[in-house]
Design a binder for this molecule. Structure first.
Ligand code: K3U
Ligand code: ZN
Length: 203
């Protein structure tokens, strides 16, 4: 299919509108698992641009691909710059896990053009990983609660409060939109451990 002319009919289907094909072919296009930018690649250090049309086909395609990429990597979040798209979009999910057994099970939430309205003064240190920094974990201080405003994929503006692990993931992803990675937030480099050591501590 000629990508420049593909037209979306549903989240998982594109109708080929290629001018060189007169058959009016229909092509099913699945979400693509994209490459994840790794620490050192400049896209992780830039500031993301605001999304002007959250409900556009292009943004929907990007989000479908981010979901597929996050699931394949077994993450609980992903930001657009991590897939080489410097746009203000990220996904936050949550599930109970060995380090955070009380984390809620939360369906992936798509966050467009986020603003952090308020942060708790209380700060807690908690373990984080990053798909862009494999093999390393860090104990990162973060506010325990946040009030945030963002747009949905439909373009609606919502205001919500998150706490605990979900607030942590939200703030981690929001940092990616400002070129910040969790290593930048550590109190000391002594709070960095290898993934292997992390797994041993969790066992
Ligand atoms: O640390 C990870 C994890 C996975 C499942 C449950 C608990 C933790 C994998 S790394 C991860 O999911 C990042 C995703 C990233 F890099 F794209 F932002 C999100 C994250 C995990 C833990 C704390 C804060 C953020
Ligand atoms: Zn990350």
């Amino acid at each position: 299919m000629y990508a420049g002319f593909r037209r979306r009919r549903s989240p998982f289907e594109w109708v080929c509108a290629c001018p060189y094909l007169s058959t009016g072919c229909t092509e099913i296009t699945m979400a693509q698992v994209r490459q994840i930018a790794q620490l050192g690649q400049p896209v992780l250090r830039g500031v993301a641009s605001r999304v002007s049309l959250p409900a556009s086909d292009e943004v929907r395609t990007l989000v479908d691909d981010m979901l597929a990429t996050m699931r394949e990597a077994n993450g609980v979040g992903i930001a657009a710059p991590q897939v080489f798209e410097p746009l203000a979009v990220f996904i936050v999910a949550s599930r109970p896990n060995p380090r955070y057994p009380n984390a809620p099970l939360m369906e992936p939430e798509v966050v467009v053009n986020p603003e952090v309205m308020e942060q708790a003064e209380a700060v807690e240190k908690g373990w984080e990983g990053c798909l862009s920094i494999p093999g390393i974990r860090g104990e990162v201080p973060r506010p325990t609660q946040v009030r945030v405003r963002y747009q949905t994929l439909e373009g609606a503006t919502v205001e919500k409060e998150f706490d605990g692990f979900v607030a942590r993931v939200f703030l981690h992803e929001n940092d990616h939109l400002h070129g910040i990675v969790f290593l930048d937030r550590l109190e000391t480099t002594r709070d960095i451990i290898t993934e292997k050591e992390f797994q041993a501590r969790m066992a």
